[in-house]
Design a protein around this ligand. Structure first.
Ligand SMILES: [Zn+2]
Length: 112
């Protein structure tokens, strides 16, 4: 098992632990309440997983893009926070390498 799997496993265990604590604190909870809590926790976990995966992919892409207007090789412009809209309208915030063209000043995020 590599560290990524261990991390996912740990998150799942943590979530289970958190939910069982909540269950103990709310023994009278209805099915609907339980479902809501699980829903909220799962949404957070899903967001973390998605952000982690996008982040990883972003760090692995190192190809230097060409500037769309003038075709020059772009230079790294540092890491910027970028918000992407997820499938269900949730905002996913990730760090992306931003590129900048020294000729015309166009800035660009790699696709994805
Ligand atoms: Zn340019």
């Amino acid at each position: 098992m590599d560290s990524k799997d261990a991390n996912a496993q740990e998150q799942a265990n943590e979530l289970r632990h958190k939910l069982s604590q909540w269950r103990q604190a709310n023994p009278q909870a209805t099915l609907t309440e339980i479902e809501e809590v699980v829903e909220v926790e799962l949404a957070q976990l899903r967001k973390q997983l998605v952000e982690g995966m996008i982040q990883e992919a972003a760090r692995e892409t190192s190809a230097v893009p060409d500037c769309p207007p003038c075709g020059q090789k772009m230079v790294k412009n540092g890491w910027r926070k970028r918000k992407l809209k997820g499938k269900e309208g949730q905002m996913v915030e990730i760090d992306r390498q931003q590129w900048r063209c020294l000729i015309c000043g166009t800035t660009l995020f790699p696709p994805g």
